[in-house]
Write a protein that binds this ligand. Structure first.
Ligand SMILES: *[C@@H]1O[C@H](CO)[C@@H](O)[C@H](O)[C@H]1NC(C)=O
Length: 176
């Protein structure tokens, strides 16, 4: 009896160490298989319209509408340890208090290599508001296409595939 139990014990210990070793190898391989895809991002217009704050209908808060054109081939990010990608388009600007804001205006989850070629001409999916209620004192913002790689094993990795070269101005429109 004793010997059977100790044998099972030894075998399962060996099995666990093999599994551990394999998982470590897989997660390390992700560091070696890093790809840095580069794409192209153009912002065709950023228009700011007067609007009402959500949940506070009497409070005014401006909303910005961003038209963009983005192309990026993210297929190199798919290797055997890639589960999915989280892709987002973010606006970055400093507000009047000097605080750096990063606002996600569009995103997408890419689950397969076949969908990893991003080619979109569109507008922001999420409301783009400034907390101080107006964009008047914020002259411009930068925009960037960012990605998160979610692996099967190991750590999330982050990257940036495209960024506007020049800051893009906010155009304040007075009427809707
Ligand atoms: C979007 O960008 C791509 C690549 O830069 C370009 O070929 C295409 O004509 C652009 N489309 C529009 C509608 O601006």
């Amino acid at each position: 009896m004793h010997s059977i139990f100790s044998r099972i014990n030894n075998v399962s210990a060996l099995f666990s160490s093999c599994m551990m070793g394999l998982l470590v190898a897989i997660s390390l391989s992700s560091f070696l298989l890093t790809a840095e895809p580069k794409g192209h991002l153009a912002i065709s217009s950023v228009k700011v319209y007067p609007s009402k704050a959500p949940r506070y209908p009497r409070r005014k808060q401006e909303m910005a509408f961003v038209n963009f054109n983005v192309t990026a081939d993210l297929t190199p990010l798919f290797n055997w340890n890639t589960k999915q990608l989280f892709v987002s388009l973010e606006a970055e600007y400093e507000n009047t208090q000097g605080v750096k804001n990063e606002i996600v205006i569009w995103d997408r989850i890419v689950r397969s290599k076949d969908d990893a070629f991003i080619r979109i001409v569109g507008k922001n999916k999420y409301a783009f508001r400034e907390i101080s209620s107006t964009f008047k004192k914020i002259p411009s913002a930068h925009y960037a296409l960012k990605y998160n790689v979610m692996p099967y094993v190991g750590l999330l990795t982050y990257g940036e595939a495209a960024r506007t070269e020049e800051p893009v101005e906010f155009h304040i429109e007075t009427r809707v």
